[in-house]
Design a protein around this ligand. Structure first.
Ligand SMILES: [Zn+2]
Length: 266
């Protein structure tokens, strides 16, 4: 709805003549969320009993805040952990560690074939992103999404945690295998930025699933079946990955506001 809410509709909404389950109430509420003018008009239409109830509630809340027990301060480590991650990331971290170890063992056993570690690197952080920003795996998502820091800031914090969990084992196995670090780092960062960009539109979990599925079906599986190294994980493709990572990260930051919507949590 781009036009303001009509006076008659607003009055019906304010007096309760329009029920909460009335389909007409939904666009009115959606408009009121973002339109300050209509919020002011609504405030002017509130009936005297409702105004009295709101004033009474305000006084009761203030009295409780003044006289009630002091708020319990959570321990520093606990506060930090909630700012940077959700506990649902832990099982995923274990699975990622096992997957990277398995890929490393396969690469060591079949040194002549295509590198499983390099095929895993681009999609390794996607599972973590899907878990860290998901309605299903974070029971507190509704509360979190309503806080002032929700949106790109919190999503980037959780992304940093996911990347640290993924990049440390990848760095260790890459060093043991003698692989050029850029070969696993750049695809990893490019896919992470792509998931953040696409996630603003269709939800981070969906974007992660879509990108991981596309990489596995289009690149990883055909490579393993044909047993040849695709050009995408060869040193020749590094400039392309670097450009993609920078461009996608820039676009993801430009579209940062997409993550203020609930669709980002799909
Ligand atoms: Zn309006």
């Amino acid at each position: 709805m781009t036009a303001h809410v009509s006076a008659a509709t607003l009055q019906a909404y304010a007096t309760g003549a329009m029920g909460a389950d009335d389909v007409l109430a939904w666009p009115v509420e959606a408009h009121l969320e973002t339109c300050g003018d209509c919020q002011d008009r609504l405030a002017g239409q509130v009936t005297a009993p409702v105004r009295e109830m709101l004033a009474h509630t305000r006084l009761a809340v203030l009295a409780q805040a003044r006289n009630g027990p002091p708020p319990v301060r959570r321990r520093r480590l606990r506060r930090l952990s909630h700012r940077w991650a959700s506990w649902s990331v832990l099982p995923w971290a274990l699975v990622t560690l096992l997957a990277v170890t398995a890929a490393f063992l396969l690469d060591e056993a079949f040194a002549a074939g295509s590198s499983v570690v390099l095929l895993l690197a681009p999609v390794a952080p996607l599972g973590g992103l899907a878990v860290a920003w998901s309605r299903r795996s974070d029971p507190a998502w509704e509360t979190v999404s309503g806080t002032a820091r929700a949106g790109i800031e919190l999503l980037l914090r959780r992304t940093v945690v996911v990347l640290v969990i993924v990049l440390l084992p990848l760095a260790a196995v890459g060093w043991r295998l003698g692989t050029n670090p850029a070969l696993w780092l750049l695809p990893c960062l490019a896919f992470t930025a792509a998931a953040l960009l696409l996630g603003g539109l269709i939800g981070v979990s969906r974007a992660a699933a879509l990108l991981a599925g596309a990489w596995v079906l289009a690149v990883a599986l055909p490579t393993l079946i044909a047993d040849r190294q695709p050009v995408l994980i060869e040193p020749a493709s590094l400039p392309g990955w670097a450009v993609a990572a920078v461009a996608l990260a820039g676009l993801a930051l430009l579209r940062a506001d997409d993550h203020r919507h609930h669709t980002s949590w799909n």
